[in-house]
Design a protein around this ligand. Sequence first.
Ligand SMILES: Nc1ncnc2c1ncn2[C@@H]1O[C@H](COP(=O)(O)OP(=O)(O)OP(=O)(O)O)[C@@H](O)[C@H]1O
Ligand SMILES: [Mg+2]
Length: 441
Amino acid sequence: MSGPRAGARTPAHQVTTRNLGAAYPLVADSGLGHRGVLIGRDLLGGSFVYDPFELYAQGHLSNPNMVVFGQIGRGKSAFVKTYLWRQAVFGRQAWVVDPKGEYSSLAEAWGTRPVALRPGGPVRLNPLDPAPSVVKTTTTPPDGSDCSDHRGREQADRRHSELLSSLATSCLGRDLMPRERVAVDLALVTVANHCDVVTLPAVVETLLDPSASVAKSIRTTKAALLEDGRDVALELRRLVHGDLRGMFDGPTTPGLDLSAPLVVLDLSALYNSPALGVLMACATAWLQATLANRVGVAGRSGAQVLVVVDEAWAVLANLGVARWLQASWKLSRAFGVANIAVLHRLSDLNAVGAAGSEQVGLAEGLLSDSETRVVYAQPPGELHKAAQLLSLSSTEAELLPQLRRGTALWKVGQSGFLVQHLLSTMERDLVDTDRAMELRP
Ligand SMILES: Nc1ncnc2c1ncn2[C@@H]1O[C@H](COP(=O)(O)OP(=O)(O)OP(=O)(O)O)[C@@H](O)[C@H]1O
Ligand SMILES: [Mg+2]
């Protein structure tokens, strides 16, 4: 950019176009190129196209994850649904955790049916599904060792131990004590030694009836080990015999089409229940295990996947779920997964716990692990928080309360865009959540 003509009083100032974008956000951003799916209209000119994998490959983003914020009814879910629909053209598969049960039209358009989870329902998902390297093989390596099998088993044990700790944390509403953690780990190892597929009922049974030899291995008695694991067992029992039975208490129901372009986990049966957190922890755990299996089977060449947690604000306060979400976000690059979390307000992130608590740290960590932030209208009271957490310029922050339905501020890495999301006629039907509000003659 050249400065003023000779003779003018203000001295000339030269900046690169990259720095100019930072100095004049929205007005001078250089665009994201044309590789990706069309999202809509860049309100400062042209069309807006986006693809996290492409931008990652170009070095524009250092992670493919996205967080979508917006007040009720501003078009968050409509954007996510059409985004998944458009990404399918590029062979991308989508997995959705759907607490409100609103992705069924989209699933229908794809010719699939949501996996509806409800207590005592016909579908079970085993959050302790084995990873492929753990599945027993008939061939032995040339040197006769079974090193990879051993490593795979160790990884699975660690993953299962973390999952059960998270689940127990969710159910108990507190962290596990060291002796409880040990009881869980020993129960897991015992079950894994005896069964091909580890299931929750088998773990609960083992916690309630530990063997004397296992107790001896940690220099304690059977009665003391039972006492150490009792609270955890009784809480996990809820998933096996209590109000949450019939969803996660056995091997995964055979015949689920997990290769479909869209896999929806419909959790709406428990949307208004305090058990939603536990349900989401189990569902996301199962999802993560299944994705890990896919990566194990297909290697890095497998299809890239978009994983959506809609209404994520409802479960962030649950420590177990928040830990699981953070783990998935951190694993995104290894799994070839772009995660998307949908929240309402920026302050949702701080409202999940006391200042300085682990919950708040995890929620804010989710934001730092998401380099794409899509912000629909925010109330004026949120502007300060938004500016602070998203590093917005004052121009960008002041725009937020004025954004109309369907228009969002996109922060992609260091760049900012004002984007009006466009819907085709066919897509309008897929995303309509206003039917109940329509005036009837
Ligand atoms: N870009 C758009 N253009 C036109 N209409 C839109 C657009 N986006 C959303 N809508 C309409 O707005 C309504 C609300 O959208 P949507 O369900 O996506 O909101 P939301 O932000 O997810 O709300 P909630 O917080 O309640 O989940 C829908 O009926 C949809 O048809
Ligand atoms: Mg929504």
